[in-house]
Design a protein around this ligand. Sequence first.
Ligand code: GLN
Length: 189
Amino acid sequence: MKAGILCLQGAFSEHGKMLNSLGISTVELRKASDLNQQFDGLVIPGGESTVMIKLLTELDMLERLKQLILSGLPTFGTCAGLILLAKNITNDFRARLATMDIEAKRNAYGRQLGSFSAEVDFKGAGKFPAVFIRAPYIADVYGETKVLAEFDGKIVAARENNQLATAFHPELTKDTRIHEYFIDMMKNA
Ligand code: GLN
């Protein structure tokens, strides 16, 4: 099992370390030709979605990644990764992957409360320590998308078939359960 990690910007190395510690090898996706390698899952890390979209467009990776996701590649987006996956954004209109039936709101917790930790209830896993950094939330889900976690009345994790998205950063904690959940998605794909 091998996961491809989008390594253009943001918190990508933490995802790699966590997956490696769980016995999953990783490949770094930094340019279009890296997408020719074989990998069984895709991780889109947190960071700054506007920068990531700009780089993905300049590097000619956006459309290729979109096709891989639409063809069923198990995909895990955290925070900015969630924003890239969202078909709709309440407060931004830039192009992105737009593969997942969710509506996201960027920087949804305001500037004052930029970063915080909280316990969220993750379906099937119980309480999970969640780190939010200038996080979005999911304002709505539709189609096949199922809600996996809510915090403060807002959706903060969801899954639509092969796509998993969290508004928070599980790779910045010691708790590996959400990465294990994603590995199961890769194994069952
Ligand atoms: N606020 C960032 C954005 O809009 C996301 C923050 C994060 O990924 N931690 O891209």
